[in-house]
Write a protein that binds this ligand. Structure first.
Ligand SMILES: NC(=O)c1ccc[n+]([C@@H]2O[C@H](COP(=O)([O-])OP(=O)(O)OC[C@H]3O[C@@H](n4cnc5c(N)ncnc54)[C@H](O)[C@@H]3O)[C@@H](O)[C@H]2O)c1
Length: 393
């Protein structure tokens, strides 16, 4: 049985523990989370998932001393991205196979340092671009590989979040650029990566133009806390039970999270909630992506225009359509039962277990993570400069 350790016992760390233990027949030996007060949350969630025998540490060195790399198959980095570089450096020093959540880091300096270390690292490093593992996007890739509709002339992608989902990014550590590298990096590095992955046979990205704003909840109504606010119908009102780290009437968050119960009108959040991006590729074509964080429905759509046909799809519905203009044929494909991220989570974890075992190269690498974050930073720079920003070499 393969054995793993996890750094970061929040929403993602616990979810991956469940996948490893309950779906992939692996053992999670230990979870390390810096935030001591959060231990009851981790214990309760593991108990709920019927996972036994996981040691909880609050000190990374103590966990690594007990479980050096030759005693485990790999280690997962599931902490917020502003901490990724330091944890990554420590784990690479210890020679572990590493699963690194996306986005790989929050600043240009940090992603380049991670990229530099990864270049000559002898063990596996897999990045958490889970959408690459979704059967939905895999089907799109296999249609593209058939190569029967000519070159890709244009890609249109969009994402929307429900108000409840989008509001989460206005609270907790997610609300600050300092901790995320911006909304585009934190939430949409997936989508920037996906567009480059779809286009990879034809061309590479060379630069971006973007517009973005804080379009929702931007005017303070003079309240600071939801619990004392008289506006009971406010759509951004907080439901503390929705916090990933809610346990027994309390939300157990570290000091970066800011005020639980905070009114999001005029709070300290400095990220965009509405953003549109154009990516220029080196074959002269371009793609567009837009995201709206406060909508009525979660979802992602994609339309790819080829020279002689098109593919369009709705991720949440699991529906894909391919139209070939020359044969006049329409092919439909439906995928049911996909969970979050188009069903990619179990597959991404399974691939890491396999790569760790066989030393094979994962589908999502540090290089991909680096490119997506670099694009995200250029996107935000383009908004500030109101101009085209060229991707550095
Ligand atoms: N691939 C995806 O689709 C996907 C989805 C959601 C989140 N993520 C990414 O996964 C990572 C974790 O997100 P989450 O939603 O689980 O966040 P979270 O806030 O729920 O959990 C993070 C945990 O890390 C702990 N922590 C903070 N600093 C630490 C440190 N230095 N050492 C050890 N523990 C530390 C916190 O106490 C918390 O328990 C983030 O990088 C996030 O962007 C990826």
């Amino acid at each position: 049985m393969q054995k793993f350790i996890i750094v970061g016992g929040g929403a993602r760390g616990i979810f991956f523990s469940e996948i490893l233990e309950n779906e992939l027949n692996c053992k999670v030996l230990a979870i390390m989370d810096k935030f001591v007060e959060g231990n009851p949350f981790i214990e309760a969630r593991l108990k709920e998932a019927k996972i036994e025998g996981v040691e909880i540490y609050n000190d990374l060195e103590a966990m690594l001393e007990k479980y050096p790399s030759d005693s485990v198959d790999g280690a997962f980095i599931m902490t917020p991205e502003w901490t990724h570089l330091s944890v990554f450096k420590r784990l690479t020093k210890g020679n572990y196979n590493i699963f690194l959540e996306k986005p790989i880091a929050t600043t240009k300096e940090a992603i380049l340092e991670i990229g530099q270390i990864a270049k000559s690292y002898p063990k596996v490093i897999q990045v958490g671009f889970v959408m690459r593992y979704s059967p939905f996007y895999r089907k799109i890739k296999s249609w593209i590989a058939e190569n029967d509709m000519g070159r890709i002339a244009h890609i249109q992608m969009s994402e929307r979040l429900t108000v409840a989902h989008g509001t989460k990014f206005k609270r907790s550590w997610h609300r600050m650029k300092e901790f995320t590298g911006g909304f585009m990096n934190e939430k949409c590095s997936h989508d920037l990566d996906m567009m480059c992955w779809i286009k990879e046979k034809d061309a590479k990205p060379v630069g971006v133009m973007s517009m973005g704003t804080r379009a929702f909840a931007h005017e303070s109504v003079g309240q600071t806390s939801c619990s004392t606010c008289p506006d009971k119908k406010c759509i951004y009102r907080e439901d503390i039970t929705q916090y990933a780290k809610y346990h027994a009437g309390k939300v157990l968050l570290d000091s970066t999270a800011g005020g639980v119960n905070e009114c999001i009108y005029g709070n300290a959040s400095d990220i965009h909630d509405t953003q549109s991006v154009m990516i220029l590729f080196d074959d002269g074509t371009h793609g567009t992506f837009s995201v709206v964080a406060m909508s009525g429905k979660d979802g992602r759509d994609i339309t790819i225009h080829f020279e002689y046909g098109m593919i369009y799809g709705d991720l949440e519905a699991g529906d894909l359509t391919k139209i070939d203009y020359r044969t006049n044929q329409t092919e439909k494909y439906h995928i049911s039962g996909m969970n979050f991220h188009g069903g990619g989570d179990t597959i991404v974890v399974r691939e890491f277990t396999e790569c760790s075992l066989n030393g094979t190269k994962p589908v999502a690498s540090v290089e991909d993570g680096l490119r997506a974050s670099l694009l995200a930073f250029c996107v935000d720079e383009s908004i500030e400069l109101k101009s085209f920003v060229r991707l550095p070499e």
